[in-house]
Design a protein around this ligand. Structure first.
Ligand SMILES: NC(=O)c1ccc[n+]([C@@H]2O[C@H](COP(=O)([O-])OP(=O)(O)OC[C@H]3O[C@@H](n4cnc5c(N)ncnc54)[C@H](OP(=O)(O)O)[C@@H]3O)[C@@H](O)[C@H]2O)c1
Length: 284
């Protein structure tokens, strides 16, 4: 039987790495979409070792850079042309306000807009597969989020809660609107909360600042393998073959906030996102 193909973003660390290993163990070919060559290569070696599989590869993709995303898709499409599973897992938490190369507040730019562009550019490959699945890693943090259309890049009164919450709410609104727009196809799209997981989230990659927080919290947090279980469930389980537009926690449907259920808000965010992409020359 032909091997299925998956793309996992942020595959070099935390739950992205565990998801990669879990998919490879199921005989799925995994393309690890990572932003950093060195961290990516080290993780590729680890993923092959842990899964005892060789059908894993690394392709660079920096989700804060539209050209990098487009280059990733071009390379992926030229080589594979078909995609069964897309796991939009990468994420950042930023204590101080940062902006992406494209000028967006970092959490909105990476967690939402980068994945929005990546998914739209991969749609033809997803349509070419049979019953492809898109899995968006959101968070319970969406519950305190709102979409600040009046200052979406949070130039005033920035807080990490505001920025991260907005981006994780955006993940669910994107999931719901995309599910609606793909309802005439056999592609499903679902979102999830992985729980509180001990990873590298929020740790500064150059200075290591933030590591001590996990040391304190570790006893209360799940392992990345445990945290990846719901993403793997949505990527593979036959139980969710025909489920789309859902939000899951611990492999069960879970409640979302009132804002995350608002179809008008989902449509507005979609239109804003499309408009931003087209301003930068990226039309769907
Ligand atoms: N940990 C939790 O308790 C928790 C709870 C709820 C939801 N989540 C969500 O779970 C997902 C996975 O996070 P994690 O906890 O496993 O954190 P992690 O260990 O920090 O992994 C995050 C991954 O995202 C990648 N990434 C960050 N910015 C990127 C960019 N511009 N382009 C491409 N990749 C980028 C990172 O790459 P580098 O290593 O190169 O920086 C890393 O591979 C995130 O979406 C997060 O919001 C986590």
């Amino acid at each position: 039987m032909k091997r299925k193909i998956a793309v996992v973003t942020g595959a070099n660390s935390g739950m992205g790495l565990s998801t990669t290993v879990g998919l490879a163990k199921e005989n799925i070919h995994v393309v690890m979409a990572c932003r950093n060559q060195q961290r990516g290569e080290e993780a590729l070696r680890l993923a092959k070792e842990k899964s005892r599989a060789s059908h894993i590869e690394l392709l660079l993709c920096d989700l804060e850079d539209f050209d990098s995303i487009s280059h990733f898709v071009e390379q992926f499409t030229n080589k594979w042309g078909m995609l069964d599973i897309l796991v939009n897992n990468a994420g950042v938490v930023s204590l101080k306000r940062k902006v992406t190369k494209e000028g967006y507040e970092a959490q909105l730019g990476v967690n939402h807009l980068g994945h929005f562009l990546l998914t739209l550019l991969l749609l033809d490959s997803l349509k070419a597969a049979q019953k492809a699945r898109i899995v968006n890693v959101s968070s319970g943090a969406h519950k305190w989020g709102r979409i600040h259309f009046e200052d979406i890049n949070l130039e005033t009164n920035y807080s990490v809660m505001k920025g991260y919450g907005q981006s994780k709410l955006a993940n669910i609104l994107f999931t719901k609107e995309l599910a609606k727009r793909l309802s005439h196809t056999d592609i499903t799209v679902n979102a999830l909360h992985p729980g509180a997981v001990s990873t590298n989230l929020g740790i500064n990659r150059s200075t290591g600042f933030g590591k001590s927080v996990y040391k304190v919290l570790n006893p209360f947090f799940q392992s990345p393998d445990k945290g990846a279980e719901t993403a793997l469930y949505l990527a593979k389980s036959t139980e969710v073959d025909d489920v789309t537009g859902g939000y899951f926690y611990k492999q069960k449907p879970a409640r979302v906030s009132k804002r995350a259920k608002d179809p008008y808000l989902a449509q507005l965010l979609w239109e804003w996102s499309e408009e931003e992409l087209s301003k930068k020359g990226y039309k769907k």
